[in-house]
Design a protein around this ligand. Structure first.
Ligand code: B4P
Length: 193
């Protein structure tokens, strides 16, 4: 069982790696980006409010995410572990998550930070080509990341829960580095996929 938080700039490979690592550990992968895109596609009340922020490369307001994340963490499949991908993204979200997890009795084990340089990030996102992957929007997301999300690295470091991993490697090597870091931190990683 593991409870993990994935951090990193847009395009660091959080979504890509989170899916692989969650499958390997047998825990659900919870991507706030995926949940929001689904809400937008379904035109739910949340989706209608979130769409404009996402299209501009801005963060969706913290309050809109709170009910969504609480509801997800109360579902039966998350009672024995989870991997959060894209949440928290601001200090108020991190503080909210700490409070929620202690209320739910679900302390997290580690936060993992994927490090990748800006030019690699821009190149990866342009070739992905999602609707919010145009160059001006990508540059704005990187600025938002620096201003609002990067401070979380210190937040988790001060709590001695941060693991740093080089995300600027081939995909399989990033996975290997993540699993090695988790194992070195004392988490149980099944040896075969
Ligand atoms: P996300 O869906 O979380 O998107 P992301 O940060 O852009 O992507 P990620 O880092 O997961 O990169 P990926 O693996 O796909 O968020 C989208 C938007 O939702 C945000 O901008 C925001 O508006 C909103 N949102 C989400 N959560 C929120 C929150 N908590 N609060 C407020 N707003 C929120 O990889 C990118 C590309 O690189 C892919 O094409 C992949 O194939 C490639 N790649 C990955 N690893 C690689 C490697 N090692 N080598 C080469 N290419 C690689």
């Amino acid at each position: 069982m593991a409870r993990l938080i994935f951090l990193g700039p847009p395009g660091a490979g959080k979504g890509t790696q989170a899916q692989i690592v969650a499958a390997r550990l047998g825990i659900p992968h919870i991507s706030t980006g995926d949940i929001l895109r689904h809400a937008v596609a379904q035109k739910t009340a949340l989706g209608v409010q979130a769409q404009d922020y996402m299209d501009r490369g801005a963060l969706v307001p913290d309050q809109l995410l709170e009910a969504m994340i609480e509801e997800r963490l109360r579902q039966p499949d998350t009672q024995s572990g989870w991997l959060l991908d894209g949440y928290p993204r601001t200090l108020p979200q991190a503080v909210y998550l700490d409070t929620l997890l202690s209320l739910l009795g679900q302390p997290y084990d580690r936060a993992l930070n994927l490090e990748v340089g800006d030019e690699t990030l821009v190149g990866r996102l342009l070739s992905r080509g999602r609707r919010d992957d145009t160059e001006p929007v990508i540059r704005h997301r990187l600025q938002v990341y620096r201003d609002q999300t990067a401070p979380l690295i210190d937040f988790y470091q001060q709590r001695h829960h941060l693991l740093e991993v080089n995300g600027d490697q081939e995909l399989d090597l990033v996975t290997q580095s993540l699993l090695t870091a988790l194992s070195a931190a004392g988490l149980s990683v099944p040896s075969t996929p």
